[in-house]
Write a protein that binds this ligand. Structure first.
Ligand code: SF4
Length: 367
């Protein structure tokens, strides 16, 4: 059994309707998926497809592209056709862009019908077209763009305001019999965001797209997203996630994937277990852990690798690891499942760990 298979489940998953975003099921008993959004100008088809390829290689399962102009609309057919993963068109106000995105073969559209209704009541037509094409819609409520009516009612973007807004948007589609919907209620404060999703989870059975909006630069955004997603996913709430970082989108996917692996909601890949170092350390543990992590990045098998600072406690502390190193006196003791199998000079630690990792994965038939 893989280590994550032996862990107690965090919580029963909230029962949600399942929708299909292209080939990716979202909700129900489908695994929680990771998505991101391109940062290129969508009209630049090559640059956008290049970024989608990078996102796909890093594990992204669904990608969203912004569609603010007619040039972007015109690029959608080529992007939707050539993208290896489902493409969601992100549209704000223009109903005709929604129809064009559906015709272009996009897997879903993110649009708030409340915005459409204000300009031109085309909600029924969108519901019909999306339904005929089998395309779901994401209703995305953000604290920053909350309806004025709800801002006046609640004074600010409270969890109740976000949820009321989302359910009102849903009702505009439901009036036309359309329920192929997923919802997000994003806020930049994880505490408000958690409360909003908890409330929303009680009030409907739509699948939920989790996100902390404008979470910040990589470090801060990672912590905020991990804290918020961890709280919700550990309660069984959440069907697809997007980590928002002021950083390249590939980083969002890496963080999202790591969050799911940490919660054992996804099979764990490479897991580096490194000690924090202390006064007993006989090597620069931080640098060594970074080097081992970099050398094994993208390793194709599930492996837990320990990097420990001393030979006194290292192997014992890391007995659960598949493989590891404990350093001392200019050397590295390489151990497998807590047993020392060889000792190598410090300069050869990283390459020896990579060799041993390959050997273990080959023995398991995982290479
Ligand atoms: Fe300290 Fe050794 Fe434990 Fe690392 S493995 S924290 S160096 S005692």
């Amino acid at each position: 059994l893989r280590p994550e298979a032996q862990l107690p489940p965090l919580a029963e998953r909230r029962k949600s309707r399942q929708i299909m975003v292209g080939s990716v099921p979202v909700g129900g008993d489908a695994p929680v998926s990771v998505q991101s959004m391109t940062t290129t100008v969508t009209a630049d088809v090559n640059a956008t497809l290049q970024q989608i390829a990078e996102l796909t290689a890093s594990g992204c399962q669904i990608v969203r592209v912004a569609v603010p102009s007619t040039d972007d609309v015109e690029a959608l057919p080529a992007i939707a056709r050539k993208s290896p993963i489902p493409v969601i068109a992100d549209i704000h106000f223009q109903p005709r862009y929604v129809f064009a995105a559906i015709d272009a073969g996009c897997a879903a559209v993110r649009v708030n019908p409340g915005n459409i209704k204000k300009f031109d009541d085309k909600v029924g037509e969108i519901a019909k077209e999306a339904s005929n094409a089998g395309i779901p819609i994401r209703i995305g409520v953000n604290a920053g763009s909350l309806d004025r009516r709800l801002l006046e009612k609640y004074g600010r973007a409270t969890p109740e305001a976000l949820v009321e807004s989302a359910l009102w948007e849903c009702s505009l589609f439901e009036e036309h019999g359309f329920r192929d919907i997923k919802i997000s209620v994003k806020h930049n404060d994880p505490v408000v965001m958690i409360a909003a999703y908890r409330l929303l989870a009680q009030r409907c059975d739509y699948p939920l797209h989790l996100g902390v909006t404008e979470a910040g630069p990589a470090f801060q955004g990672t912590v905020k997203s991990a804290a918020a997603f961890g709280a919700l996913l550990s309660e069984g709430i959440g069907d697809t996630i997007r980590v928002s970082l002021s950083a390249p989108p590939v980083e969002e996917v890496k963080v999202g994937t790591q969050i799911l692996e940490a919660l054992a909601l996804r099979e764990r890949g490479l897991d580096i277990v490194s000690c924090p170092s202390c006064g007993r350390a006989q090597v620069d543990v931080h640098t060594l852990a970074e080097k081992v992590s970099a050398a094994l990045e993208g390793f194709p098998a599930a492996l837990r690798v320990a990097v420990m600072g001393c030979v006194v406690n290292g192997p014992g502390e890391a007995r659960e690891a598949d493989l590891g190193v404990a350093s001392g006196n200019g050397k590295g003791q390489i151990f497998v499942k807590g047993e020392v199998i060889k000792t190598v000079p410090e300069s050869q630690i990283v390459e020896t760990l990579v060799e041993e990792a390959m050997r273990i994965a080959e023995e398991r038939g995982e290479l």
